[in-house]
Design a protein around this ligand. Structure first.
Ligand code: CO8
Length: 257
């Protein structure tokens, strides 16, 4: 399948998706969203694909939602079309995915990176929510996910001033999992994705759902959700296989069942 604004490659059990609008620093227009919705749904539905990496270019992961597409829109069009609601289809992806970010991740670009299960950043990465400079505010979850990731003080400062945060500060603040040299970004992200792809598939989904529950529910509900999912994993063949392989000192062979 070929797309207009992204390139999709399969590397073994890992899907690599590269944003490809270099003339607009990968600004996220409606076509990018349509392409990503299709590619992520295909990944989620393919039992042979176990992890996905989303990346951009050396200069920009994505410089935001497409300002040229939004400029002329009014409230009625935005509200009527529920603009940006399609991104919920991307965040509904059940299987794990990683954002590998080099260069600018601004506005919608930062927001898409934060939709990922985690971010691996190149030392050149720059994150920001500069929408205030355009007379607007984040619209793809940025005010919520950034605040949960780095706390109110830094999120508020970034949203109110539009300043960018470099990779080191982003790692210190908890926005990114790890920093790697820019030249190694995609290779390192693929290596991590391969590691995840080697895990029991249902356990990977369960781990993702549990950690996400910590963002979406209170502590007591989150702990109950975790325990029930943990109990549920004992209904899978892979739990028997994983534990039996450990006891028998052999490599586990996952069935995804
Ligand atoms: N949208 C459309 N085109 C863009 C965007 C964008 N977000 N960013 C860059 N481009 C285009 C430029 O217009 C330029 O095109 P052209 O060559 O035709 O003039 C090309 O990409 C290259 O950009 P620059 O020449 O500006 O490159 P520089 O290296 O000089 O600067 C920057 C790089 C600093 C990243 C600069 O491009 C910039 O500031 N971009 C905009 C960043 C920004 O404000 N992003 C936030 C966008 S708004 C958003 O994401 C969410 C809005 C939420 C609204 C909620 C509504 C419901």
């Amino acid at each position: 399948m070929s797309y207009e604004t992204i390139v999709v490659e399969q590397r073994g059990a890992v899907t690599l998706v590269t944003l490809n609008r270099p003339q607009a620093l990968n600004a996220l227009n409606s076509q990018v969203l349509a392409d990503l919705i299709h590619a992520f749904a295909a990944y989620d539905a393919d039992p042979d694909q176990r992890c996905l990496v989303l990346t951009g270019s050396e200069k920009a992961f994505a410089a935001g939602a497409d300002i040229k597409e939004m400029e002329a829109q009014g409230f009625a069009e935005m509200y009527g079309s529920n603009f940006f609601a399609g991104w919920e289809k991307v965040t509904a992806t059940r299987k794990p995915w990683i954002a590998a970010v080099a260069g600018f991740a601004l506005g919608g670009g930062c927001e898409v990176a934060m939709m990922a299960d985690f971010i691996i950043a190149a030392d050149t990465a720059k994150f920001g929510q500069p929408e205030i400079k355009l007379g607007v505010a984040p619209g793809m979850g940025g005010s919520q996910r950034l605040t949960r990731a780095i706390g109110k003080a830094k999120a508020m400062e970034m949203c109110l001033t539009g300043r960018m945060m470099g990779a080191e500060e982003a790692e210190r603040a908890g926005l990114v999992a790890r920093i790697v040299p820019a030249a190694d970004l995609v290779a390192e992200a693929l290596k991590t994705a391969e590691q995840i792809a080697g895990m029991a598939p249902l356990a990977a989904i369960a781990n993702k759902e549990m950690v996400n529950a910590a963002f979406e529910t209170g502590l007591a509900q989150g702990i109950l959700f975790e325990r029930r999912l943990f109990h549920g994993l004992f209904g899978t063949e892979d739990q028997k296989e994983g534990m039996n392989a450990f006891v028998g000192k052999r490599q586990a062979e996952w069935k995804g069942k």
